[in-house]
Design a protein around this ligand. Structure first.
Ligand SMILES: Nc1ccn([C@H]2C[C@H](O)[C@@H](COP(=O)(O)OP(=O)(O)OP(=O)(O)O)O2)c(=O)n1
Length: 192
């Protein structure tokens, strides 16, 4: 079962947090979330699932940025959500799919108890321009049956920034607080 808009509204401030919240963004059974003004793009020819990958940060200016096919862009929602007693699920809005912009393909099932902003995985079929604040996805809430414990060991719990993959931590590579960011000087050196 999925919560209706009336139920979402009723539970906001209790089991559900969406911050900031604007009731105008409610749909019959979901709530629209918007894109923050930054993107991360990996700076590796081959992405390694067993190690941190270098990336650079792009700002999405008010006049928009054009995404190019063949590149994975990581963004994040403006909104921080916290969900208890329900399963939060994130889906791209179909209006974006109709432009060939693929966001979190297949939808993202969050964990009950998840608190944080959501990292958005985006790629496009043809060049497409996006803008900060665009309402790109919708969150819906599914009923959960049975008891559960909060997954405080989740690598992504309490994220407030775009969060690249941390899969390498499961594979023995511990990089706490040293996520690599390609400096300008390093980028120049590696291009020479
Ligand atoms: N595109 C997505 C998908 C999920 N999440 C958030 C909500 C989830 O509750 C949390 C963890 O997601 P997963 O359970 O899919 O993550 P993993 O299983 O890869 O890692 P872990 O086992 O550490 O949670 O991250 C997110 O911000 N962006």
């Amino acid at each position: 079962m999925i919560l209706s808009s009336e139920q979402i509204l009723q539970r906001i401030g209790d089991e559900l947090t969406i911050e900031p919240f604007d009731p105008q963004r409610l749909n019959p059974n979901s709530y629209n979330l918007s894109l923050h003004d930054e993107l991360l793009v990996y700076e590796e020819v081959v992405l390694d699932s067993a190690a941190p990958n270098r990336y650079r940060r792009l700002e999405i200016p008010a006049e928009g940025i054009t995404l190019q096919p063949g590149t994975l862009y990581l963004g994040r929602t403006v909104e921080l959500t916290e969900t208890h007693g329900l399963v939060p699920v994130l889906h791209a809005r179909s209006s974006l799919g109709r432009l060939g912009l693929i966001l979190n393909p297949g939808g993202s099932i969050g964990q009950a108890g998840y608190c944080g902003t959501w990292t958005l995985e985006m790629h496009c079929v043809q060049p497409v321009k996006i803008y900060p604040g665009l309402q790109v996805c919708q969150i819906s809430y599914h009923q959960i049956v049975g008891e559960y414990e909060n997954d405080d060991s989740s690598k992504y719990q309490n994220s407030t920034d775009i969060q690249p993959s941390l899969l390498h931590r499961e594979l023995g590579y511990d990089d706490r607080d040293t996520q690599l960011e390609l400096s300008f000087e390093e980028a120049i050196r590696s291009a020479q």
